[in-house]
Ligand binder design. Structure first.
Ligand SMILES: Cc1cc2nc3c(=O)[nH]c(=O)nc-3n(C[C@H](O)[C@H](O)[C@H](O)COP(=O)(O)OP(=O)(O)OC[C@H]3O[C@@H](n4cnc5c(N)ncnc54)[C@H](O)[C@@H]3O)c2cc1C
Length: 457
């Protein structure tokens, strides 16, 4: 959802008789991992784009229904050409979009988004093909439309439709390209100072990280625009080492999404299938306490409360939250993953699902890492000012809070040492099985990064 570097919008505008359609499917926004806070961000982007497109004499129309319904509806028209930007999505969207591609009587062009390989997947050349896409020219603004062009005028326009959506409020980052640009400039200008170090700490990271993730997820800025701007900055910016670390993460963004694109079954199955038998049964009560931030471990609960409030938390804390659910609570990641995704404004299925699997020890190609919530509490918030700001009722000593050994707080729902040992024994037990390495090799060939074979991600 952006004006510039938008392949579908640019190509679709070339004959100067075009309209933009937003497919609003209520059920999609209720499927696996989607939530009102993400929809709110999307609507911000849509509103802004609609205003920008007025200058190009173009309307955005809203079709309420799914892609299959849209397909059947649009087949009534004589001749339309569709231009669509691809997105790597979960099963619900994929199924409806496949129906649309198969059954539409109109011509359809689908453009690659991010640095993902669509039809010509080749892991060995992936890095160079990503670089080529990132360094290629960005798309310019669309062309001006013909006066009063409209064939979809039975559909509501965005302004009318968004009025009916105004009640969906949630306090989260605002969407839109203007906001994304502002974040990028302030990041280059001063916020990136110390980025590589500060990103681990939940309080510092909120300021020192770029915070561009929801903008990438909803397309209010492109990875290519940011990559090219970063390269330029690196020629003179004072925080060049921080920017190098940031640039690496832009690569990871697409690298992770490629995994789900290549193997959509990852939404439901572990990358290493032997790991699927590890955690078979869920415990709803434990999962509820975890997702509501009521585990009895103050630092972990503070992270969850922060995420619930702001729709974002830094990478390390996301990894710790997930590790706790999968290792200490021993819950199947398939159950916990969508609940966590709903809380992220930046939910990006490819990154999320693959990271969830990584932090649950089920990929076969990453060494399992169990985060200790007590160690993270001591490392990341030694004085507990951040934790206390989120849990103001905590009134005992710092040591008691770090160790979760409290009289006036929820009793820890599990024993940390015991559950970590249980998890280690189980995970290493499966990894010792005869065919584990053989299967892991195949996973690596399909999904492993060729950039650094020692730490394949
Ligand atoms: C369990 C778990 C779930 C996650 N789910 C998501 C998700 O749904 N959407 C999402 O965008 N990120 C997800 N991440 C990755 C990461 O935490 C976020 O990308 C990052 O915190 C976003 O903040 P930022 O934009 O300020 O990042 P910055 O540090 O400024 O990084 C810039 C960009 O690089 C990319 N990036 C950074 N770290 C990673 C990473 N480890 N893997 C892949 N790409 C990365 C993102 O696009 C990010 O916007 C998840 C991580 C974990 C451990």
């Amino acid at each position: 959802m952006r004006l510039l570097d938008n392949a579908a919008l640019f190509n679709g505008s070339q004959k100067q008789n075009y309209e933009v359609i937003f497919i609003f499917d209520e059920d999609y926004w209720r499927t696996s991992g989607r939530s009102p806070r993400q929809l709110k961000f999307a609507i911000d982007c849509l509103d802004e784009l609609d205003t920008q497109l007025q200058k190009f004499k173009c309307n955005i129309r809203v079709f309420c229904g799914n892609f299959s319904e849209f397909c059947d509806w649009s087949n009534k028209f004589e001749s339309i050409q569709f231009h669509v930007n691809h997105s790597t999505e979960t099963e619900y969207f994929r199924n409806h979009f496949c129906y649309f591609k198969k059954n539409t009587k109109h011509h359809i062009s689908v453009y690659q988004d991010f640095g993902i390989q669509l039809d010509t997947f080749d892991r060995d050349n992936w890095s160079s093909s990503w670089k080529k896409i990132m360094e290629s020219k960005t798309y310019e603004a669309p062309l001006l439309n013909k006066d009063n062009f409209s064939i979809l005028n039975t559909l509501p326009n965005v302004k009318d439709w968004t009025k009916s959506q105004k009640n969906r409020s949630d306090y989260i980052q605002p969407g839109g390209t203007a906001g994304a640009k502002k974040l990028l400039h302030s990041f280059f200008d001063h916020r990136a100072n110390g980025y590589s170090r500060k990103m681990s700490n939940p309080q510092e990271a909120a300021y020192a990280c770029s915070r561009l993730s929801p903008h990438f997820s909803f397309g209010s800025i492109s990875i290519r625009q940011v990559y090219q701007a970063t390269l330029k900055q690196m020629e003179h910016n004072l925080f060049v080492r921080d920017l190098a670390s940031f640039k690496k993460r832009l690569f990871w963004h697409c690298h992770f999404i490629q995994k789900l694109e290549t193997e959509p079954e990852l939404e439901f199955q572990s990358m290493h299938y032997l790991c699927d038998s590890l955690r078979e049964k869920e415990n709803d009560e434990l999962i509820e306490k975890w997702i509501l931030g009521k585990t009895g471990f103050p630092f972990l609960d503070a992270c969850m409360l922060y995420l619930r409030k702001h729709g974002w938390i830094n990478f390390r804390m996301r990894a710790m939250i997930m590790s706790f659910a999968s290792y200490n609570l021993w819950q199947p990641w398939q159950k916990t993953s969508p609940l966590l995704a709903e809380l992220f404004t930046d939910f990006e299925p490819g990154i999320h699902i693959c990271q969830v699997q990584m932090q649950s020890g089920v990929t076969g190609i990453n060494l399992p890492r169990i985060y200790s919530v007590i160690k993270q509490s001591k490392d990341q918030d030694p004085n507990l000012t951040w934790t206390r700001s989120l849990l103001p009722s905590l009134n005992e000593s710092n040591e008691a809070i770090h160790e979760a050994n409290l009289v006036n707080y929820i009793r820890p729902i599990i024993d940390l040492k015991e559950t970590s040992k249980h998890a280690r024994d189980k995970i290493w037990g499966v990894r010792k099985k005869n065919d584990f390495q053989e299967i892991a090799k195949k996973v690596f060939i399909k999904h492993g990064s060729r950039r650094n074979t020692k730490r394949s991600v």
